[in-house]
Design a protein around this ligand. Sequence first.
Ligand SMILES: *[C@@H]1O[C@H](CO)[C@@H](O)[C@H](O)[C@H]1NC(C)=O
Ligand SMILES: *[C@@H]1O[C@H](CO)[C@@H](O)[C@H](O)[C@H]1NC(C)=O
Ligand SMILES: *[C@@H]1O[C@H](CO)[C@@H](O)[C@H](O)[C@H]1NC(C)=O
Length: 463
Amino acid sequence: MAAIILSLLVLSLSLFTVISSSSLPGLQILQAERQIDLTSHIVRVYLTLKVENIEDDPASTVLLAFPPAQFDRLALVKAAVTVGKKRKKSYVPLEVNPTEQPSSPNGTKYYAISLLKPLLKGETTTLEILYILTHSLEPFPVEISQSDSQLVYYHDSAIILSPYHIKQQATLVKTPSNKVESFTQVEPTHRSGNELRYGPFEDEHPYSYFPIIIHFENNNPFAVVEELEREIEVSHWGSVQVTEHYKLAHAGAKHKGVFSRVEYQSRPAASGVSSFKHLLAELPPRVHSVYYRDDIGNISSSRLRTSSKKSELLIEPRYPLFGGWKATFVIGYGVPLQDFLFESAAGARYLNYSFGCPLADTVVDKLTIKVVLPEGSQNPSVEVPFAIEQSLETKYSYLDVIGRTVVVLEKKNVVPEHNVPFQVHYKFNPIFMLAEPLMLAAAFFLFFITCVAYLHIDLSLRK
Ligand SMILES: *[C@@H]1O[C@H](CO)[C@@H](O)[C@H](O)[C@H]1NC(C)=O
Ligand SMILES: *[C@@H]1O[C@H](CO)[C@@H](O)[C@H](O)[C@H]1NC(C)=O
Ligand SMILES: *[C@@H]1O[C@H](CO)[C@@H](O)[C@H](O)[C@H]1NC(C)=O
């Protein structure tokens, strides 16, 4: 008993030190390098921080700060620590979670990176961070005609927002082309081709901020799936059937004026440069029965290429998509069960499938994944490497007696980096495999009996 109390005491004390060390930034950043990649419509920021502990308390977390507007558009924050030197360098992923701070100037929001082991006084560590922003390129002009190129604004700070003192830092911004209309000049700023360099800046105080705006050309497809519902149906009879419902939109500058197909087709290099007419979906290898249809019917202009590693489906909506235009369609396919369903402990199975959206370079505002388990499945549990919303439903299809358990997963703001495997574990009693054939047999038997009875009645009437 005393031992338990003592260990509880130790635990709460250690918790206390963790909390107190994270609320006092006893750290400084010796060097920070930031690279902002604006070449697609999804903004990817790579940050390298060399962090030093300058206080007596060991530090176990490092805070990342974001202005509130940017925080709301974050799709993903990943961090890794570099271990080893030069050639033997490798990266170990670290846990990153949103966190609150008692005092946050100007509504600053935070993520906390948990270090592998606490950093002692005078020690340094180098962190590699990636964060992804969606809906962060603002088209300007807001409306363009068919012959115009698309220009966008990007807002950020020339100085990295941080709760720590940064001794030395620089920011490199990459644009898709060297067509940059304008950019905020800060001393020193250097531009060459499609690269803009802000800094180096020395000895910036915590929470230093210098707003910048970059206005540049970006004609990449601004492909946004406003809603995607994927249904993954597991049948122990040999296949996994996937059905995906898309509500796709072009989120770039709105199209103005009339659309001329003649001009579009005769001058493809100058007309509708920011529009897109096809998208690439990456499907698993060994897909079969692939279809692609919309409200009108099957669209046959899709092309499927399969190899041993992956299948690629090139989908082409009925019309090219210009800014503000939308298209809804359905993609369906089957994959062999043995590629995705595995056995774990006795009687337990799990589905291992890819999360996210199979369309390349696409943002999904709202993703719903419904995993339909075979009838008689029990105790489903889900393993996904990031935060999602989860619930259960029941689905009935013909020949079902008690209905199928459906695991519903929901996530907002999904980017291609979310296309990682997730697992749904469940228990299954093989006796249920017999349920469907038995039902079929029973149905046939009933039909047969009815026929016999009918014939009997018919005959007896004639006599
Ligand atoms: C934060 O607030 C201070 C004063 O309250 C102001 O000087 C500074 O410009 C603000 N920073 C941002 C990024 O708005
Ligand atoms: C569309 O294609 C699928 C698969 O190829 C097929 O099963 C279905 O009958 C087709 N539908 C129409 C309306 O042609
Ligand atoms: C899930 O599948 C991926 C490959 O698609 C594989 O790398 C991973 O190890 C699998 N996970 C489990 C738990 O089986």
